[in-house]
Ligand binder design. Structure first.
Ligand SMILES: [Mn+2]
Length: 430
């Protein structure tokens, strides 16, 4: 009996102990008079869950870069909420805030990109959410000027990790659109800073090299009218201004209808020196063939503007966009292509045409936009590491390890020689 009572008392004591650890908070104590040490505050309160915190892209620190030139950075995320030059659905002015909201589960705490072998948010560069350009919704001529001056203001600055021996003299700005016309001011600014035409890699269902007169324009004196600038003509304008590197630029994911009764739009596009990779080409070439075609056309040293219209994706996946076209690539295919071209020399980039008013309730389009931006940032960070000799191949990347199957696939494509590019080139000449 005594043994039994002892046993019961022992059990009660255990219960008390466990209750003490689970249910009893330590008594509240006033912070020390000299204040809680900063490292202690940071340790306790310095992290966020995906759902907490003020909304910035990937929980990055927000500095209004345009008004804070003293705060140098290497990569800036810049919202460009402009949508008054769209031809169909308006609403992309809400794109930057939708992409920021959809990026909430990206944190430096869990930011390692397993496809690329690095965490862009803990690697060498200082990455800021630079906030938005306060762009006019009333006056497109003024808006174009504002966007051009804003982009120039930022890319003309000295990169925090300035390195003259590489291409890292100026910071990289990744714009969140906004409609696609925001690429024109970016290209104007990049030409000013780098003093040369920039290659354009353009993911889109549409050409966006359309002559302004290819839109209903009886009321306008075109070219030359303010209405010339729209989200399907900005590359035509940029080409005419000599901003785009002819013959080293690529469209990828095309499936647009063309104007009139013939291939005239393609002939206009040819004159602007773009290689056209169509959506359906992925079934012939595969992801690796498309990657190879892009790399062979652009090369890895040419300064490049990477412009991603989210309508390159199938509208079943990404319906929240200005001019949806059925039959597009999947997000997985786009991500794989982006990873394949990570060696390109990106000096500026955008993710455009996310229009949340038409998105599904699970924010699928904005999620795709946020992820695509993450892949672009990853590539810029990785290229910077390689340029600086900081890149170390991880075990996963070494031949014979987990990526062995990928090496074999790459070998098959490499055995094609420049065949992939020739296939697309030959079709372009038809
Ligand atoms: Mn577009």
């Amino acid at each position: 009996m005594q043994l039994f009572i002892t046993f019961v008392l022992f059990l009660l004591a255990l219960l008390r102990l466990s209750r003490a650890s689970f249910y009893d908070n330590p008594p509240l104590e006033l912070p020390p008079a000299e204040g809680t040490p900063l490292d202690e505050l940071e340790r306790k309160w310095g992290t966020d869950f995906g759902f907490s915190g003020i909304m910035t892209y990937a929980h990055l620190p927000h500095i209004r870069c345009l008004t804070t030139p003293s705060e140098l950075f290497d990569i800036g995320i810049l919202g460009v909420p402009f949508d008054t030059s769209v031809s169909y659905r308006t609403g992309a002015r809400f794109g930057p805030r939708a992409i920021r909201a959809a990026s909430a589960r990206q944190t430096s705490f869990r930011g390692f990109n397993a496809r690329a072998g690095l965490n862009p948010y803990t690697a060498w560069p200082k990455i800021l959410d630079c906030g938005d350009v306060p762009v006019s919704p009333f006056d497109n001529a003024l808006a174009l000027r504002q966007m051009s001056e804003a982009y120039l203001e930022l890319v003309n600055r000295r990169a925090l990790s300035y390195d003259e021996s590489t291409f890292w003299t100026h910071p990289r700005v990744v714009s969140l659109g906004g409609d696609h016309s925001i690429a024109l001011p970016a290209l104007r600014a990049l030409n000013k800073v780098y003093e040369q035409p920039i290659a354009v890699l353009h993911f889109d269902a549409h050409l966006d090299t359309w002559h302004p007169a290819k839109y209903p324009s009886a009321w306008f004196e075109s070219p030359g009218a303010q209405s010339d600038m729209n989200h399907g003509s900005m590359f035509w304008i940029a080409s005419n201004e000599g901003l785009i590197l002819n013959s080293s630029s690529v469209h990828a994911g095309l499936r647009t209808r063309l104007s009139g009764d013939d291939f005239g739009d393609y002939h206009d596009d040819d004159r602007q020196g773009f290689l056209r990779i169509e959506t359906d080409d992925i079934d012939v070439l595969g992801v690796n063939g498309i990657v190879r075609t892009i790399l062979d056309t652009i090369g890895t040293e040419t300064p490049l503007y990477l412009s991603i219209d989210i309508d390159v994706l199938d509208p079943g996946i990404a319906p929240g966009t200005g001019t949806p076209e059925p039959g597009g690539w999947t997000t997985r295919e786009l991500i794989q292509i982006l990873r394949g071209i990570e060696g390109l020399n990106i000096v500026g980039a955008d993710v455009v045409e996310v229009s949340p008013g038409y998105d599904d309730r699970a924010e699928g389009t904005a999620l795709a936009g946020a992820h695509v931006a993450y892949e672009i940032i990853t590539s810029i960070v990785k290229r910077g590491m390689k340029d600086r000799g900081l890149w170390v191949e991880s075990e996963h990347e070494k031949p014979g390890r987990l990526s062995n199957w990928r090496d074999k696939a790459k070998q098959v494509i490499s055995d094609m020689g420049d065949g992939a590019q020739k296939v697309v080139g030959a079709r372009n000449e038809l």
